[in-house]
Design a protein around this ligand. Structure first.
Ligand code: GLU
Length: 310
């Protein structure tokens, strides 16, 4: 087992980081560093069609400019690399093979149109509809028929029914039955791309991550990830903190395509790292508004529980 506190920031290189992403990175860094833990940078580029050339390099440059350093990452390597998901395919395939050998996966031939029909059902939840298990009990013959029609299957993981519990440092105690909430979920897409849920679990486990700090939009993914940690016999991370998403002036969640929301604009205005850190820290209640701040000052009495939404 890998020892000590290990935090990580795991951005997808789909564009420049906006201030919301940078604030999440800052909080992830503070959670690891204020107890002397290691910090890992991992680039999550599995969804290749959405990856933008040069975005990963820009992300590294922005984090470095702010002073958020890392001990292991795509540029410097480390014992548990590679630190770019597209270079870790063998590890994901090995995990899939293990789950498959244990009978925990099954091929799903549902088409987009079929899934969309389920999604439009009135009981569909905010995190997408619960998969009703259409392909769970297909016979060999039915599978052959689908294959003969040229349908390429996705692989679904059989979701456990007993509720899984964890405590989020900000959202508090959580309890969810994955079977009831989402049903069996996709771990390998029909286009051959490994799902986010599977990749993140394999990576967090094999990189020995103990502190998971990320955007609040991923709180609803955590139970599915815990189910995979358990099924693969991995130790679960010790702490989860799902931090508030930063909203733009009109109250809408920021998107990476809003180039103006990135660091480049602030740097062009002549802002220093301490001024930007002040903006990020004050936007979540860690520092008085309008004052620059250093990382050392933020580390001094840091407590993730003091983080507030705007
Ligand atoms: N790659 C994800 C993102 O950029 C974060 C995944 C995670 O932290 O688990 O939103």
């Amino acid at each position: 087992m890998i020892g000590g506190v290990r935090g990580r920031y795991a951005p997808s290189p789909t564009g420049a980081l906006h201030l919301g992403n940078l604030r999440t990175a800052l909080l992830a860094w503070l959670v690891a560093r204020h107890v002397g833990g290691a910090f890992i940078l991992r680039i999550e580029d599995l969804d290749l069609p959405r990856v933008r050339p040069g975005a990963a390099a820009g992300i590294l440059a922005d984090l470095r400019w702010l002073g958020l350093d890392w001990d292991e990452g795509p540029d410097i390597g480390g014992l548990y690399g590679p630190y770019t998901q597209s270079a870790r395919q063998d590890l994901y395939r090995a995990a899939l093979a293990r789950l498959r050998a244990e009978g925990q996966l099954y091929p799903c031939y549902c088409t987009r149109a079929e899934l969309a029909r389920i999604a439009s059902a009135p009981q569909a939840g905010e995190d997408g509809p619960r998969y009703p298990g259409t392909c769970r009990t297909l016979t060999k013959r039915q599978r052959h028929q689908y294959e003969a029609q040229g349908r390429r299957p996705a692989l679904r993981f059989r979701a456990p029914s007993p509720p899984l519990s964890f405590t989020d440092a900000l959202a508090g105690p959580q309890r969810e039955s994955v079977a009831e909430r989402c049903g069996d979920f996709v771990v390998l897409r029909s286009d051959g791309i490994v799902s986010y849920q599977l990749a993140v679990v394999v990576d967090d486990a094999l990189m020995g991550v103990t502190q998971v700090v990320r955007g609040a939009d991923l709180l609803s993914s955590t139970a599915r990830q815990l189910a995979l940690f358990d099924a693969l016999g991995y130790q679960r991370p010790t702490e989860y903190a799902h931090v508030p998403l930063l909203l733009d002036d009109s109250g809408v969640r920021m998107a990476k395509r809003d180039a103006s929301a990135g660091l480049a604009t602030l740097r062009a205005q002549g802002m220093t790292p301490a001024q930007v850190l002040g903006i990020l820290a004050s936007s979540c209640g860690l520092w008085p508004p309008g004052e620059p701040v250093s990382l050392t000052d933020l580390l001094a009495d840091f407590d993730i529980k003091r983080v507030r939404s705007q």
